[in-house]
Design a protein around this ligand. Structure first.
Ligand code: NAD
Length: 446
C-alpha cells in the first residue's frame, strides 16, 4: 500500500509540494506569498475575479502588502491566482482562508467555509492535506470539513490529511508578520499533525503543535476574547474615570510601568476589524449549545458596542458648548479604517458614529488618506469620499471627531483653525493641544 504521508512529507521537504490557498484576502494573500517565497509552487484561489486578475498583473489590492512584493512574486512564475477551482486537484496542500462573519442575529455564518469545503470535497484526491485557517468555534474542522471529505470515500489520516491552524495576522505590524508569528497547528490525527507541522515549518519560524484541531480553534478564540474583554475594561475605566475627572490615558501610562502582571489596553470609539468584534461570539454561540453562558464575552460585547453612542453623545455636548445643535452642524470624522495606518475599514466604529450623527441631522464628512472613497459594505453605504487632509478643510467644520489615529493626523498645524475636537484616541495630547493654557481647539476626550 502506498504511504501517502511519507510521500507528502518528501514533497514538502524538497519543495515540490504544490500549495493551494483559498481566499486571497488579508490572511490568504500574505500566506500565499510566504509559501512562494519559501520555494513552493503556489496557486491562489478566489471567487473574486477582480482580485485574481489584479494579482496576475502583479498588483496588490491591500496597501500594507506592498505591490512590489506581489509583482516580484508573480514575475518569478511560481505563483498564480485563479478562479478555476478545478486546479485544486493539482494541489498537494490546500489552505482555506475564507471569511467567517456573523449573521444578523450574531450567530456564526459558516456559509463561506461550507461552500469552500464543498469545492474541495468535489476535487479531493488521495495524498492531499487540507488546513482550515478561518477563525471559528471549536469543532468546525471535525464537524463541518471531515464529514464532507469522508463522504468522498477517503480515510482521514491515511488517504488525506486534515488540520486546523489559526491565522494570527496583525495588519500593518512592522515587527511581526506571517513568517515570524508562531503558528499553532492541530491535526485531526497523528499523520495529519505530522504533515501539517512539516508544511508550516517549511515557511514559518516557529510551529506550535497542539493535540487536536479543537485546541487550535479554541486557542485562537481565547486570544481574541482576551483582547475584547480587556478593551472593554479599558472602555469601562474611561467612563468611570471621566466622571471622576481623572485622565484614563495618564492612568494607563502609569499602570504600564509595572514590569509584571499588567498589560496595557486602550479605550477607543468601539471595536473594529474582522476579528475582535466578531470572533468572541463564535464561542458564546457554541457555548450555548453546551448549556453554558459565556458572560464575560457578552458583557464585553455590550460595553464595546456602546462606545460609538458615547462618542456621539460627547460630540453633541462639544457642539452645545459652542452654541450649536447637532442638527445642521458640520462634523468631520478623522479616520474610517478601524486602526491606524492601514486601509481596512471592516466593522470600523466610524461607520456607526457617522450614521448616528447623520441620523441626528448633522452634515458629516470624513477624512482618511487610506480610504479615498467609502466602499459600500454589507451593512453600510455612506456614499462619501474623503476630504483632503489639510488645515483649511479641517477649519471648515464645527467639530472634528478623532476615530482613528493615523500618522497623517499627527501634525499640530492641521488644527490651527479648528474650534473643537472630540478625541477618542488620545491623539491631541502628544501634540501639546490639551495642556492647560494651550492655544488651539477645545479638546474633549471621549
Ligand atoms: N484580517 C485579519 O487580520 C485576520 C487575522 C486572523 C484571522 N483572520 C481570519 O481569517 C479569515 C479570513 O479573513 P480575511 O481578513 O483574510 O478576509 P478577507 O475578506 O480579507 O478575505 C477573504 C477572501 O476570501 C474570498 N472568498 C470568499 N468566499 C470564497 C470562496 N467560497 N472561495 C474562495 N474565496 C472566497 C473573498 O473574495 C476574499 O478575497 C477569517 O476567518 C478571519 O476571521 C483574519
Amino acid at each position: 500500500m502506498k504511504d501517502h504521508r511519507a510521500e507528502l512529507l518528501q514533497r514538502i521537504a524538497d519543495r515540490s509540494a504544490r500549495i493551494g490557498v483559498i481566499g486571497l484576502g488579508y490572511v490568504g494573500l500574505p500566506l500565499a506569498l510566504l509559501f512562494e517565497e519559501a520555494g513552493f509552487t503556489v496557486t491562489g484561489f478566489d471567487v473574486d475575479a477582480a482580485k485574481t486578475a489584479a494579482l496576475q498583473r502583479g498588483e496588490s489590492y491591500i496597501r500594507h502588502i506592498g505591490g512590489e512584493r506581489v509583482a516580484r512574486a508573480f514575475a518569478r512564475g511560481r505563483i498564480r491566482a485563479t478562479t478555476d477551482f478545478d486546479l485544486l486537484r493539482q494541489c498537494d496542500a490546500v489552505i482555506i482562508c475564507v471569511p467567517t462573519p456573523l449573521g444578523s442575529h450574531r450567530e456564526p455564518d459558516l456559509s463561506y467555509v461550507r461552500a469552500t469545503a464543498d469545492q474541495v470535497a468535489d476535487r479531493l484526491r488521495v495524498g492531499q492535506l487540507v488546513v482550515l485557517e478561518s477563525t471559528t468555534y471549536p469543532g468546525t474542522t471535525r464537524e463541518e470539513l471531515l464529514p464532507r471529505f469522508a463522504a468522498v470515500g477517503l480515510a482521514s489520516g491515511q488517504d488525506f490529511f486534515l488540520a486546523f491552524s489559526p491565522e494570527r495576522e496583525d495588519p500593518g505590524n512592522q515587527s511581526f508578520q506571517t513568517q515570524n508569528i508562531p503558528k499553532i497547528v492541530g491535526g485531526l490525527d497523528p499523520a495529519s499533525q505530522q504533515v501539517a507541522v512539516a508544511l508550516y515549518s517549511a515557511a514559518v519560524a516557529k510551529v506550535v503543535p497542539v493535540s487536536s484541531p479543537e485546541v487550535a480553534e479554541a486557542a485562537k478564540l481565547l486570544e481574541n476574547i482576551f483582547r475584547s474583554v480587556n478593551i472593554a475594561l479599558a472602555n469601562e475605566m474611561k467612563l468611570v474615570l471621566e466622571r471622576m475627572g481623572i485622565d484614563v490615558w495618564e492612568v494607563i501610562e502609569a499602570a504600564k510601568t509595572k514590569p509584571f502582571g499588567f498589560m496595557a489596553f486602550y479605550p477607543g470609539p468601539g471595536l473594529g476589524g474582522h476579528c475582535i468584534p466578531l470572533d468572541p461570539f463564535y464561542l458564546s454561540w457554541k457555548a450555548a449549545e453546551h448549556g453554558v453562558w459565556a458572560r464575560f464575552i457578552e458583557l464585553a460585547g455590550e460595553v464595546n458596542t456602546s462606545m460609538p453612542h458615547h462618542v456621539v453623545d460627547r460630540t453633541a455636548r462639544a457642539l452645545n458648548r459652542h452654541g450649536k445643535s447637532v442638527k445642521g452642524s458640520q462634523v468631520l470624522v478623522l479616520g474610517l479604517s478601524y486602526k491606524a495606518d492601514i486601509d481596512d475599514d471592516r466593522e470600523s466604529p466610524s461607520f456607526e458614529i457617522i450614521e448616528r450623527l447623520q441620523a441626528a441631522g448633522a452634515d458629516v464628512t470624513y477624512c482618511d488618506p487610506y480610504i479615498p472613497v467609502a466602499r459600500p459594505g454589507r451593512e453600510h453605504d455612506l456614499r462619501l469620499a474623503s476630504v483632503a487632509c489639510t488645515a483649511e478643510e479641517f477649519a471648515r467644520h464645527d467639530v472634528l471627531v478623532v476615530s482613528t489615529a493615523h500618522s497623517d493626523f499627527k501634525d499640530k498645524r492641521l488644527y490651527s483653525g479648528v474650534k473643537a475636537v472630540v478625541d477618542t484616541r488620545n491623539l491631541m495630547a502628544p501634540l501639546g493641544l490639551v495642556a492647560p493654557g494651550a492655544s488651539g481647539p477645545e479638546v474633549c476626550r471621549a
